[in-house]
Design a binder for this molecule. Structure first.
Ligand SMILES: NC(=O)c1ccc[n+]([C@@H]2O[C@H](COP(=O)([O-])OP(=O)(O)OC[C@H]3O[C@@H](n4cnc5c(N)ncnc54)[C@H](OP(=O)(O)O)[C@@H]3O)[C@@H](O)[C@H]2O)c1
Length: 253
C-alpha cells in the first residue's frame, strides 16, 4: 500500500514514522505551512508538496488527513478528484464530513500524541470506519501493518470514545499542571509527585477507577477538605474545581 499525508503535527508525525517503519511507501506530504511538510518529509523519505492538488495526481492508495478538526472538511473538499481513500484521524468528526469524496473513512488513533515524545505505535488502538466494506477492508489492511489493536467503531461510538478520552487524559493532564504550579509556588520539584501519577495510572490497568479512589473526599475527612479549601483561597478557579470534584467523589462513597 502507498499513502500520502496531509498535516505535519503531532498525529501526522507519528503516523508518518509508523508507516515508514512498516515500509509503507509515503508519496506526498502537504502541510498548511510548507516548511513543516519539508521537515516531516525528510524524516520519512517522502516528497513535500506545495499544493494539495499534487496529492490527487500521485499514485497513493490512501491519503490520511491529520489536521486540526476545523480544517478537515476544507481539506477534504480539495481532494474531491482523488481516486484512493480519503481518511481523517479525528475522534470528533463524523464519517460523513468526507461524503463529498468517492472513497472515504476514519483512521482514529486513540492515544495522546506529542510530536517529540516517542511511543510504541503497535500498542495504539486504531478505530476504523469507512463508507463501503471494500474501503473498510483496505483501512484494516493498513491498520494491521501499524498496530496490534484494531477496532471497527462507528461515528456515534467514536464521539463517546473521544469524550471519554478527554476525561481520562486531557483533564487529568490539566490537573497535573495545577499540581505542578502549586508545587512550584512552594519551591517543590514536580519529580516528587511523578511516582504518584505513575501509580495512579498503573492501578487502573488491572482494576476499575471507581474502586481505586483514595483521598479526603472518598473518606469524607471534613477537616482535611476544609484545610485544602483554605489553602486555595487565593486561587478561585482551582478552589471551584476542588469543591466540584470532591462533591462528585463523595457521591461514589
Ligand atoms: N494529538 C493527539 O493526541 C490526537 C489523538 C488522536 C487524534 N487526533 C486528531 O488528529 C488531528 C491532528 O491533531 P494534532 O494533535 O496532530 O494537531 P496539531 O499537532 O496541532 O497539528 C495540526 C495540523 O493542522 C494543520 N493546520 C492548522 N491549521 C490549518 C488549516 N487552516 N488548514 C489546513 N491545515 C491546518 C497544521 O499545519 P501546520 O503545522 O503546517 O500549520 C498541522 O499540521 C485532529 O483531527 C485531532 O483531533 C489528535
Amino acid at each position: 500500500m502507498r499513502a500520502s499525508i496531509i498535516g505535519s503535527g503531532n498525529v501526522a508525525t507519528h503516523l508518518a514514522k509508523a508507516l515508514h517503519q512498516a515500509q509503507v511507501e509515503i508519496h506526498g506530504i502537504w502541510s498548511h505551512q510548507f516548511e513543516n511538510a519539508v521537515l516531516l518529509a525528510k524524516q520519512v523519505g517522502a516528497k513535500a508538496v506545495r499544493q494539495i492538488s499534487e496529492i490527487i495526481q500521485d499514485e497513493s492508495d490512501i491519503v490520511l488527513i491529520s489536521v486540526k478538526d476545523d480544517a478537515i472538511a476544507e481539506v477534504a473538499a480539495q481532494l474531491r478528484n482523488y481516486r484512493g481513500i480519503v481518511a481523517h484521524t479525528s475522534g470528533a468528526i463524523a464519517l460523513n464530513a468526507l461524503s463529498g469524496n468517492a472513497n472515504y473513512g476514519v483512521f482514529y488513533p486513540l492515544q495522546t500524541f506529542s510530536k517529540h515524545k516517542n511511543l510504541d505505535f503497535s500498542q495504539v488502538p486504531l478505530c476504523l470506519e469507512a463508507n463501503t466494506n471494500q474501503n473498510l477492508q483496505q483501512l484494516k489492511m493498513l491498520a494491521a501493518l501499524l498496530s496490534n489493536s484494531v477496532f471497527e467503531v462507528d461515528t456515534e461510538q467514536r464521539k463517546i470514545l473521544h469524550l471519554a478520552a478527554v476525561f481520562a487524559c486531557n483533564f487529568p493532564n490539566y490537573l497535573y499542571g495545577v499540581a505542578q504550579q502549586l508545587l512550584a509556588q512552594h519551591q517543590l520539584d514536580f519529580d516528587i509527585i511523578r511516582p504518584l501519577i505513575a501509580e495512579t495510572a498503573q492501578k487502573v490497568q488491572t482494576a476499575l477507577p471507581i474502586e481505586m479512589q483514595t483521598g479526603p473526599a472518598i473518606r469524607n475527612d471534613q477537616q482535611t477538605l476544609k484545610k485544602h479549601e483554605d489553602l486555595l483561597k487565593g486561587h478561585a478557579d482551582w478552589l471551584t474545581i476542588y469543591k466540584l470534584l470532591s462533591e462528585q467523589i463523595k457521591k461514589n462513597r
